[in-house]
Write a protein that binds this ligand. Structure first.
Ligand SMILES: Cc1ncc(COP(=O)(O)O)c(C=O)c1O
Length: 388
């Protein structure tokens, strides 16, 4: 197999398109560039909860370092970036806002274990494992194969360092039966059913993290840190980020609309599913405070930047990631931020009226400090599923 390209028949990984030597060569030796977290800021971390005090009954884990910075993006007039990659100095990105509420609920319910679904390189599974471990919760990660990309190895190393129990399946149905079997085992050994989280943590509760994020942006606009954007561009996958932002922008009285760049198959993220998640999130808000109106900002879903497959970059993805890294110093990824950036830069180049804001969702760090890359044979084991 040396030097050959893996195909379906080789290992059963449907989407795997990178040769093994290439993937293993990407396993990083060190993390040279360590961006700093956002500077301390007197703004509240929970402006949504300040505005609607009845929501205070919702437990939160307190794992994010917000507000995240908002900065001008050099190269274009009126281009701005919201740096959610700096939402936590160990493992940041957009998942932290959802996990803050999900882990808060898991703690309040006295669960001992989290159960998270995702692709092999899932940012969500890795962030759950890392932050769960910090809070004394184990993680079971149930993974589906995906195209190779550098961040896959980094996230698997993070999961392993956090002691996550990982299993690779070949279909969603297979994963669910694995999840049931492993949950029953935890029930028997720990006396508690694990806290199940869907891919990306996009439950109505998770989405509230992004309703709060929109209030955070409003506070930054009011403080003169950035102008009110005409449009906010962000990756669209398990939909919790877009659903939360759409609701939060409208409730916070901002006129921005959301440009949601599709980064997963249209089988998973659709306008109808987004509408459902928005309605469920609004219903959750109104359960706590019936005076909260059912408003949501307009969302424009853009599918033309997806390309061939999940996490497989197009030429525009690669060019946008490079331009963004040069302009901001922040890294991107081929699955989410690279495709959202391709959409963002395309709109800037078309000269659409601004100001506009790109919401950066990828984790700034390759791996948390002190986490080493996995040895090649262990990485191969995770990717080929011989740990199931
Ligand atoms: C880095 C990154 N950006 C964006 C997204 C998309 O967010 P959502 O799943 O809420 O649509 C994800 C989700 O998996 C992600 O990992």
């Amino acid at each position: 197999m040396e030097g050959s390209r893996l195909r379906i028949a080789d290992c059963g990984l449907r989407h795997f398109s990178m040769s093994w030597p290439a993937l293993l060569a990407l396993t990083p030796a060190s993390s040279e560039h360590r961006p700093q977290p956002s500077p301390p800021c007197p703004m509240s971390a929970y402006p949504l909860f300040d505005a609607h005090p009845r929501l205070a009954a919702l437990p939160r884990a307190g794992i994010f370092q917000t507000p995240t910075a908002v900065r001008a993006l050099p190269g274009y007039d009126g281009a701005w970036v919201k740096r959610d990659d700096l939402s936590n100095s160990e493992f940041g990105g957009n998942k932290i806002r959802k996990l803050d509420l999900l882990l808060g609920e898991a703690q309040a319910q006295r669960r001992r274990c989290l159960l998270a679904f995702g692709y092999s390189g899932s940012n969500f599974v890795a962030a759950s494992a890392w932050h769960g471990r910090r809070l004394g919760l184990d993680t079971i990660g149930l993974l589906l194969p995906q195209a190779g990309a550098p961040y896959v190895a980094d996230n698997l190393a993070t999961c392993a360092a956090a002691g996550a129990e990982l299993a690779l399946g070949q279909s969603s149905a297979g994963l669910v039966s694995q999840a049931l079997a492993r949950s029953l085992r935890r029930l028997a050994t720990q006396g508690r059913w694990p806290y199940w989280m869907p891919p990306g943590g996009s439950t109505p509760l998770g989405a509230l993290g992004f309703v709060n994020a929109a209030y955070e942006l409003r506070a930054q606009i009011e403080a003169g840190l950035c102008p009110e954007p005409e449009r906010i561009t962000v990756a669209f996958s398990s939909m919790g980020t877009v659903a939360g932002l759409a609701i939060g922008l409208a409730l916070a009285g901002l006129r921005s609309r959301v440009v949601a760049v599709q980064v997963v198959s249209t089988q998973f993220a659709t306008p109808a599913k987004l509408d459902r998640l928005i309605a469920q999130t609004q219903a959750l808000l109104r359960r706590y405070d019936p005076a909260i109106p059912t408003r949501a900002a307009a969302v424009e879903i853009r599918t033309e930047f997806y390309g061939q497959d999940y996490a497989v970059p197009t030429a525009a993805t690669t060019a946008a990631m490079q331009a963004f890294q040069q302009a901001s110093g922040a890294r991107g990824d081929s699955a989410y931020s690279g495709k959202a950036l391709a959409g963002y830069y395309a709109d800037l180049q078309r000269g659409l009226p601004g100001p506009s804001l790109y919401w950066h969702t990828f984790n700034a760090e390759r791996r948390p400090r002190g986490v080493s890359p996995l040895p090649p044979e262990r990485l191969r084991g995770y990717l080929l599923g011989d740990r199931c």
